[in-house]
Design a protein around this ligand. Structure first.
Ligand SMILES: O=C(CO)COP(=O)(O)O
Length: 123
């Protein structure tokens, strides 16, 4: 599966912890990520990640275009609901395009954990 990983700044540590806890599972899939999230995942977990642009510079839109092209199977996007983001329209567009194409998107840790459990049983 192609899994897209995105985390806002205050959620990046949560994302790293989630990936470390499920490293074997993630290592069996292709990973793409927005720039800063992807670099952190590579540095802190050693997993291979294709890094796109940073979110505020267009990374969310790049992932959206991969989704529209049918190249992404799952999105884990740990959003920060308490901080205003300068690129809010890009974030809304990413969630919308997931809904258009029925691509599962987990926007918080609780959903992400459930989705990963389901993914593990599907392998
Ligand atoms: O802003 C983001 C998603 O909207 C995440 O971007 P970075 O991974 O570059 O921090």
């Amino acid at each position: 599966m192609e899994i897209a990983l995105i985390a806002h700044d205050k959620k990046k540590e949560e994302m790293i912890k989630l990936i470390k806890e499920n490293k074997d599972l993630f290592s069996r899939h292709s990973l793409i990520a927005t720039g800063t999230t992807g670099k952190m995942i590579k540095d802190k977990t050693g997993l291979a990640v294709e890094c796109l642009m940073s979110g505020p510079l267009g990374g969310d839109q790049q992932i959206g275009s991969r989704i529209a092209a049918g190249e992404v199977d799952l999105v884990i996007f740990l959003r920060d609901p308490l901080t205003a983001q300068p690129h809010e329209p890009d974030i809304s567009a990413l969630i919308r395009i997931c809904d258009v194409h029925n691509i599962p998107i987990a926007t918080n840790l609780g959903t992400a954990k459930l989705v990963l459990q389901a993914l593990a049983t599907m392998e």
